[in-house]
Write a protein that binds this ligand. Structure first.
Ligand code: FAD
Length: 426
């Protein structure tokens, strides 16, 4: 976190003392570095602007999509039934109480009834929409804000937290998979979250806001942009001042017993949110037990043992990548590769991914479409070439696994081609 004045340094000192006391105690405490050490640690920061910096430590989720998937796989291992591409479309009510939902398979159009003692609406920025389709009444539990990121070819070594030079908002530039992600914005959003798009002036805002601190941003090639929508607890004021904590809204108070809606929260707090929801469910069902999973590792974080024989023929770069992406589940990917040596081959010269990962995503990770594999199971789309080098082989493998004909392949390829083309022209 670079500082430009001694006054700013003093304010960081006070904030980071609090941060250290709340942070994971296994992380080293913050420390300050002067101009000389800073330019050795992070040469891309402007020496004219930065007088020094506070160094502090924070955890980074390489792929939020895969973290979510790990939760899903864990739930499945614990007995949950997982339905991908299935949308809740309406409610089943008996005597004023919600007793189930009708869900529609987005592939076949088939509708199935699911009955339960309690229904939890955990649909993030869609929570009001889902609540409306269940209750038939208008809901305004959440405030939706859009955030965008821009990925550039900038080779930052560390994540940087800094203030926008145009409006003073806090921004970040974070190294990720060979690029640097600059973000984010926070503007009110209405409409369907899946329609959120990056506007040109939002992108310019992020780039111009960063150039004073990191001048090379001006010349670094742009790689891709992303837009997402947050679900925040409904409240007024500046979007960035709205709390990022969560709330469980009990349908009982809005005339629909049997429905709990989760509003707000963050990836950082996702396990705490889940614990809160579980305890609320137990309480409502008259079960005196409390959620006991706080210290339970997710599947890829459980101890696993790599058999030396299955790593034969796999590069050290790929082994490190598999370990980073799958944790102990890397063994399962390697077992697939060991049984079918053609799957040991890299998908592209641009990254360490191998063909076995694609098969693994389909056989073990509920991938149903090419886009699932490309954007949500692997990190191919977020490599500096936005996955262009891997599209061909990935498509061949997915088509082979599912037995797709040419016309189906064409349909499946459309969103990937749209993604790579869009980002070749950002
Ligand atoms: C730009 C941006 C930056 C962020 N940065 C951070 C950060 O640095 N750290 C952090 O901790 N958090 C961050 N967040 C917040 C974090 O991404 C969210 O808190 C988190 O993704 C919310 O998870 P969720 O499961 O509640 O919602 P989502 O991940 O949105 O999942 C909701 C799911 O509900 C499904 N759904 C919708 N309607 C239906 C229906 N009718 N039937 C069935 N399913 C349905 C959707 O398809 C979706 O899969 C950021 C968010 C944004 C937008």
């Amino acid at each position: 976190m670079p500082y430009q004045t001694q006054e700013e340094r003093r304010s960081f000192q006070a904030d980071l003392a609090v941060y250290d006391s709340l942070a994971d105690q296994s992380l080293p405490p913050h420390r300050f570095v002067g101009k000389g050490e800073l330019s050795a640690i992070e040469p891309l920061l402007s020496r004219d602007v930065c007088e020094g910096a506070a160094l502090f430590y924070e955890a980074q989720v390489l792929s939020p999509e895969r973290l979510c998937l790990e939760y899903i796989l864990d739930a499945e291992q614990a007995g949950a039934c997982i339905l991908n591409y299935t949308r809740v479309v309406r409610s089943i009510r008996e005597f004023g109480r919600l007793v189930g939902v009708v869900a529609q398979c987005q592939t076949s159009g088939a509708e199935v009834e699911y009955r339960a003692k309690l229904i939890v609406n955990a649909s993030g920025p869609w929570c009001d929409h889902v609540c409306e389709s269940i209750t038939g009444c208008s809901c305004s539990m959440s405030r939706k804000t859009k955030g965008i990121h821009v990925a550039t070819r900038l080779a930052l070594r560390n994540a940087i937290v800094f203030r926008s030079s145009s409006d003073g908002r806090q921004l970040m530039a974070v190294p990720l998979l060979g690029s640097t992600l600059i973000g984010t914005t926070d503007t009110d959003f209405c409409g369907n979250p899946q329609d959120a798009r990056v506007e040109h002036d939002e992108m310019l805002y992020l780039l111009r806001s960063s150039e004073r601190i990191v001048p090379d941003v001006a010349s670094a090639p742009l790689l891709y942009t992303t837009a997402g929508v947050r679900s925040l607890i409904a409240s007024s004021g500046d979007p960035s001042s709205v709390t990022r904590s969560h709330k469980i809204v009990d349908g009982q108070h809005t005339g629909l017993q049997g429905l709990l809606s989760v509003v707000g929260g963050k990836i950082t707090t996702s396990r705490a949110v889940a614990e809160d929801v579980t305890n609320t469910i137990c309480n409502q069902l008259g079960n005196s037990e409390l959620c006991s999973t706080a210290d339970r590792p997710i599947p890829g974080a459980r101890p696993g043992k790599l058999q030396p024989s299955v790593t034969d023929g796999i590069s050290t770069e790929t082994l490190a990548h598999l370990d980073e992406i799958y944790g102990s589940r890397a063994t399962e990917v390697l077992n697939i590769a060991a049984n079918e040596p053609s799957l040991q081959k890299p998908l592209s010269p641009a990254g360490p991914e191998i063909a076995a990962e694609i098969v693994f995503a389909i056989r073990r990770e509920h991938a149903r479409h090419l886009s699932d594999v490309f954007f949500r199971r692997s990190v191919l789309a977020y490599r500096p070439d936005t996955g262009a080098g891997a599209i061909h082989k990935t498509t061949q493998i997915v088509a082979r696994e599912f037995g797709w004909c040419d016309s189906r392949i064409k349909v499946e390829l459309a969103p990937l081609i749209e993604w790579t083309e869009r980002h070749l022209h950002v």
